[in-house]
Write a protein that binds this ligand. Structure first.
Ligand code: CAO
Length: 426
């Protein structure tokens, strides 16, 4: 039994296996590409130095080689051994027709010349694409774009697949997707003047930014809304007391500052609500601060100033800050810094009306709380219905980060604090 070996690379740096093009049981020809290695400087295709049937793979993706190591056992059909010739392309990949220009150690430079001179050899992707003719740069591009090379027609010599072929394939797929409704189709353009008089108004900057942010949010975040109700009858009585107490100073508390305070406590209890997905989507950035954004309806559109460190502030301080920030928002005087860094946001439509709604999570936040109008409801108390003031809560959350059960628990915890504010000091 013989072994396939990695040719000497003449370099001190290691190369990592990024693709295995053969499988056990495959018949390989001399010079057929078997592995793709990636070093700091180049992507390298390793040709078979013997022909035969692969009996055992000794390699896996991620393994690192210096050159000279065995990577497969082979039952040889032919005894003629070829001197190993690496096919190398520089990173970033160069055009298929031009030789790479990065500085390479001597043996590799020779191999580049050989690779540029010979026509492309058949090479497969994980054993599935045995008849695909493509160089490493094209394969790399296909991997990055998620293209299955067996579906791409090559326009190069001997149907070799070029980079342009991959780009054209992607372009065509996108167009086909739109035509068949499998992509994101744009809304049909309609000439409304056919139906009656119309006029056009431009969107201001705030509305345009909101439109963009909402599209990004809806396309990226799989969201669910959990509905709940909090009995705020006692909170309302307390609020009325405070309003009477501060009436001379012209200070008035709405429900919102109390909800912000209770929400801050929930964020501490449920840290994944105070988190963001990392850019790779494989981890969470959990925040130790508690900042809450509050959506403010302004004549120019929606703005969301952020109240910082609300966990460390009293309801009185939160009320004061909310009033100031809402005034700044309505006067178009908020700075960008005033609107950044929220842990999560609140959108209150309670002053207007409605029984519930589905607020849209504003990524990278993972949740948003909607408040609707509190109304007197008959609530069953074991023996009879009694009138209670019920506040509707609509909690939208990013289902990639938060499970439904966790959201229900978060919502119930908020209900608990709002029903009895004393829980906040426990
Ligand atoms: N139930 C019943 N009444 C409510 C209430 C609720 N949930 N929320 C507020 N109210 C009452 C207030 O107590 C106040 O009544 P009084 O004048 O009799 O005291 C009145 O409604 C108006 O309140 P407000 O809306 O001016 O003040 P607020 O503190 O409740 O809210 C703010 C502040 C900034 C959140 C609010 O002014 C605002 O802009 N809301 C709109 C937010 C928005 O557009 N959201 C949609 C974004 S898209 O998701």
């Amino acid at each position: 039994m013989s072994q396939l070996t990695i040719p000497e690379m003449g370099s001190n740096s290691q190369a990592e296996v990024i693709e295995i093009l053969i499988a056990e049981g495959d018949n390989v020809e001399l010079e057929q590409s078997t592995l793709v290695l990636e070093s700091e400087k180049a992507t390298i295709e390793v040709p078979a130095d013997k022909a035969g049937t692969i009996t055992k793979l000794l390699v896996k993706v991620g393994d690192k080689f210096n050159g000279g190591e065995s990577y497969a056992e082979i039952d040889e059909l032919a005894s003629v051994e070829a001197s190993p010739q690496l096919k190398v392309e520089a990173t970033p990949p160069q055009a298929e027709s031009s030789a790479p220009v990065v500085a390479q150690p001597e043996p590799v430079k020779q191999a580049v010349a050989v690779a540029a001179a010979i026509p492309a050899q058949p090479a497969g992707d994980n054993g599935n694409n045995a008849e695909v003719y493509a160089g490493p740069a094209v394969r790399k591009l296909a991997r990055e774009l998620g293209v299955d090379l067996t579906q791409v027609s090559g326009t190069g010599l001997k149907q070799r697949i070029q980079k342009e072929d991959v780009h054209n394939f992607v372009k065509q797929r996108l167009q086909t997707g739109v035509a068949t409704g499998t992509g994101i189709p744009s809304v049909a353009e309609i000439d409304f003047s056919l139906f009656g008089p119309v006029h056009e108004e431009p969107l201001n900057n705030i509305k345009r930014a909101t439109a963009k942010a909402m599209t990004i949010a809806n396309l990226n975040v799989p969201q669910v809304t959990q509905f709940d109700e909090a009995d705020i009858t006692d909170l309302e009585a307390f609020r009325a007391e405070q309003n009477a107490r501060y009436a001379k100073e012209g200070i008035k508390f709405s429900i919102v500052p109390f909800v912000i305070k209770a929400l801050a406590r929930c964020l501490q209890e449920f840290p994944y609500f105070n988190a963001s997905l990392n850019p790779q989507g494989d981890g969470l950035i959990v925040k130790d601060y508690v900042h809450i954004g509050v959506a403010v309806d302004t004549p120019k559109g929606l703005l969301v100033p952020v109240l910082q460190n609300v966990d460390q502030k009293s309801v009185t301080q939160i009320r004061q800050e909310l009033q100031e920030k809402a005034e700044l928002a309505r006067a178009s005087k908020l700075s960008l810094v005033d609107m950044q860094g929220a842990s999560m946001s609140i959108s209150s439509l309670g002053g207007i009306g409605g029984t519930a709604f589905t607020p849209i999570v504003n990524p990278p936040e993972v949740a948003i709380l909607g408040l609707s109008k509190a109304t007197m409801q008959p609530v069953w108390q074991g023996e009879k219905f009694i009138p209670r003031l019920m506040l509707p809560l609509s909690l939208s959350y990013d289902h990639r980060v938060i499970d439904g059960a966790e959201a229900a628990r978060f919502s119930q915890s908020l209900v608990n604090y709002l029903q009895d504010l004393r829980n906040l000091i426990m």
